[in-house]
Write a protein that binds this ligand. Structure first.
Ligand code: ATP
Ligand code: MG
Length: 749
């Protein structure tokens, strides 16, 4: 009510001596003296909360909430938050923003099915691994009508939509997190909300939602971490009209995992579509494609995992066909696509026999071979040649060189991967065609949702992790820069004198990847072009040129390490060169362009069949330019960040593993947000809130004043040191720990 009044009065600032930061952590002495609650590391590595009973010198006796009493070094005690802050919506409200407090707060909420929390501008979403009734029409409507404002993906989508309409500025929702954390589900809820807000008369919003079903069928698979794991990154731009109705969409995909088509780890599956097709195809289609059960195909049966608990692949196939119809993919094209899938499956069953005493092989002309040739619509002879020989250009002529067993198998698999990747690309092109509405990006009325793999650090990290982590490094920089901008903006807008705090940038790590000619990607390309190079010579080259770089760590043998923002990762260069080259045999291009399959030719005529520049590019370089394009696009948007957290590795409800969660909070930058806020004034309350909560502590004479003056009076009355607070136009800003002191006074009252 008095907001304008306050503004007129101008800010009152408690001065902070520039360049001299008060020491926040010091007040543990106060905690000990006052016997307040503290966190301490237990012998099992977990955090325990308790009260200090006594202390002597460097050691304190702490009585834990569990009843046990332990002795710990006072250095290891960490302040816990007062009760009043238990389970707050936004972590920034905590007076002590340390790791155990953040962890505890998120856990406390999770136990009550409050899976969403905020960390300043970032939404944290903890995967419940069970259905909770917070996504229906009712909830949706209450967010739409602003009747609800607790943290939710709907609230983020709502904010993005409103800001877009208000500022005519493109928005983005950037979702990250590790495999199984809930990114794709979260993205779908965001889309659902936007579809509800922007629904018009043409049913476009329904079509857009249906793309999820299609892309998941072709791009998701069961892995050991997630029964429905996305094996590609995705950006969907949704465009709106001036009146806020959906008018179109565009999908971009990144780095599909091709190897899954031919090779599976035990217990994992290939792409859902293969099993759906085998289980759900109607009998006429089965006959035309000579389709068998999934168990009869080597590409599918190798991992001894053909079904997913609770999933009916046959039914999913029907849903898929419905979705394909909805996005207007013609029946003939659908059938072509299914034929390509069947061709891939039959290719996997092709075997080879030795034909001479030099161990050269030839494909067996059996059912698998003939089915593949027929489905690809090419002659048996052409397929035989493509699978059993390798053409070498010698001047104007080409010589066919025979292959050995392993070479032939690799070649067959390369062909399968190539067909599948092309099919996937074709599908995306078709979907986009059905949504295309002229020049889209210039509207200023779009919301892009990015669902992309989070940072990965495994026991064994290969080229895939290398690319994924590089992408995350770029996204992290985007995140940091945005966060700082916001933080600074808030202080400045509220008239606060903020001594700008330097922040750690990850530019150095990005340079390690991107610098020319001496960066990881350049050196990889250079080595990929040497015919005699091996993974070991590559590793040695890195060590030779990059050893001085602080983000680079030379490791033994073929390995090297990179210090990422989320921690150090050791990469094994095994397979790097081959994966980076991703040889697109010219023989395949010839084979497929001679075959009668229109679909593969339609996919990307210039890049695949014309031998243009991009088909000559290495995978790393192509990915880098895709990433640059993405970043460029995102930079033109107002970002909204969602960090998904996987609370346990078993995909089970109700289980929250502290270590796993804190690792992710660190990796996805949530603790970084917390760290940033820590360097400023973590507690912020409007004058109304502050005066309302503490004003009554003042002697009666003060009560008639306006909230701002009351706030100042409270601060003075309780001797809060001037360097511990600032008073802005609308809010009181308090340094770490101050709110606890005031709460104590309040309790004693
Ligand atoms: P990946 O990187 O492997 O693609 P992801 O982060 O996209 O993983 P999801 O596929 O979205 O993970 O989620 C994994 C599973 O977790 C879902 O299939 C679903 O069972 C469950 N899940 C995720 N979010 C929710 C939610 N909000 N409510 C209920 N269940 C959820
Ligand atoms: Mg996913």
């Amino acid at each position: 009510v008095e907001e304008n009044n306050e503004k007129a009065k101008g800010p009152v600032t408690g001065s902070v001596p520039k360049g001299k930061e008060p020491e926040w952590d010091d007040n543990i002495g106060y905690f000990i003296k006052k016997r307040l609650r503290v966190w301490c590391r237990l012998p099992n590595g977990q955090w325990g909360i308790g009260k200090i009973q006594s202390n002597s010198g460097d050691e304190a006796t702490v009585s834990l909430s569990s009843g046990t009493v332990i002795k710990v070094s006072t250095e290891e005690l960490i302040p816990a938050n007062p009760d009043v802050l238990e389970g707050v919506d936004d972590l920034i409200q905590l007076s002590y923003l340390n790791e155990p407090s953040v962890l505890h707060n998120v856990k406390h909420r999770y136990a009550q099915d409050l899976i969403y929390s905020k960390a300043g501008p970032v939404l944290i979403a903890v995967n419940p691994f069970k259905d909770i009734p917070i996504y229906g029409n009712e909830t949706l409507t209450s967010y739409k009508q602003n009747a609800k404002d607790s943290p939710h993906v709907y609230a983020i989508a709502d904010a993005a939509y409103n800001e877009m309409m208000r500022d005519e500025k493109n928005q983005s929702i950037i979702i990250s997190g590790e495999s199984g954390a809930g990114k794709t589900e979260t993205a779908k809820y965001a889309m659902q909300y936007l579809a509800a807000l922007g629904c018009g008369n043409d049913g476009m919003e329904y079509e857009i939602l249906q793309t999820n079903c299609i892309l998941e069928a072709f791009g998701n698979a069961k892995t050991s971490r997630n029964d429905n794991s996305s094996r590609f990154g995705k950006l969907i731009e949704i465009h709106f009209t001036a009146s806020g109705k959906i008018r179109g969409a565009k999908i971009q995909t990144f780095l599909l995992e091709k190897s899954r088509v031919v090779q599976l780890a035990n217990g994992e599956r290939s792409y859902h579509i293969f099993y759906q097709l085998c289980a759900g195809a109607p009998s006429t289609l089965r006959d035309r494609l000579n389709l068998k059960m999934a168990s009869e195909y080597k590409y599918l049966n190798q991992s001894e995992c053909l079904v997913i608990d609770g999933v009916d692949d046959g039914m999913k196939f029907h849903k898929l066909v419905e979705a394909l119809d909805t996005v207007q993919i013609h029946k003939e094209d659908q059938e072509q696509a299914f034929a390509m899938l069947a061709a891939v499956l039959w290719l996997g069953n092709i075997s080879f026999q030795v034909i001479d005493n030099e161990n050269h092989v030839e494909a067996l002309a059996d059912e698998a071979f003939n089915s593949a040739a027929r489905l690809l619509n090419c002659s048996a002879q052409d397929l035989m040649l493509a699978l059993s020989s390798h053409k070498i250009q010698a001047g104007k002529d080409s010589i066919a060189k025979k292959l050995t067993m392993q070479q032939a198998i690799d070649r067959r698999d390369a062909l399968s991967k190539f067909i599948y990747a092309d099919l996937f690309e074709w599908l995306v092109v078709q979907i986009n065609k059905s949504f295309e509405v002229g020049e889209l990006m210039i509207t200023g009325r779009s919301i892009s949702i990015l669902d992309i793999y989070g940072f990965e650090s495994f026991k064994n990290n290969s080229f895939e992790q290398f690319c994924i982590n590089y992408a995350n490094e770029r996204l992290q920089q985007h995140f940091n820069r945005h966060l700082f901008k916001l933080e600074q903006q808030e202080y400045e807008e509220d008239g606060i004198d903020w001594t700008k705090v330097d922040f750690e940038d990850n530019q150095e790590c990005l340079n390690l990847f991107e610098k020319k000619p001496l960066g990881l990607l350049s050196l990889l390309d250079e080595e990929s072009n040497f015919p005699n190079a091996t993974d070991l010579t590559f590793a040695n080259k890195l060590k030779q040129y990059l050893n001085g770089n602080p983000c680079f760590k030379g490791e033994r043998g073929r390995a090297f390490g990179v210090c990422h923002y989320a921690g150090e990762v050791v990469y094994d260069t095994n397979g790097f060169l081959e994966k980076n080259r991703d040889p697109m045999h010219s023989d395949f291009i010839q084979l497929l362009s001679s075959c009668g399959c229109q679909l593969l030719k339609l996919a990307s005529p210039s890049s695949q069949f014309g031998g243009s520049e991009s088909s000559m590019q290495s995978v790393g370089t192509k990915f880098k330019s895709q990433l640059f394009k993405l970043m460029h696009q995102l930079e033109k948007t107002t970002p909204h960040f969602i960090r998904c957290i996987k609370p346990n590795a078993k995909q089970l409800p109700g289980q929250y593993e502290d270590d796993l969660v804190s690792k992710q909070l660190r990796c996805c930058g949530v603790l970084e947000v917390v760290r940033i806020s820590r360097s400023g004034y973590p507690t912020r309350m409007t004058h109304q809130e502050f005066a309302g909560r503490y004003g009554f502590l003042l002697p009666e004479t003060n009560v008639s004043q306006d909230p701002l003056s009351l706030s100042v009076a409270v601060l003075k009355n309780f001797n809060v040191l001037p360097e511990m607070y600032q008073v802005g136009y609308t809010k009181v800003y308090l340094r770490m720990g101050q709110i606890g002191t005031l709460e104590e006074q309040r309790k004693q009252f």
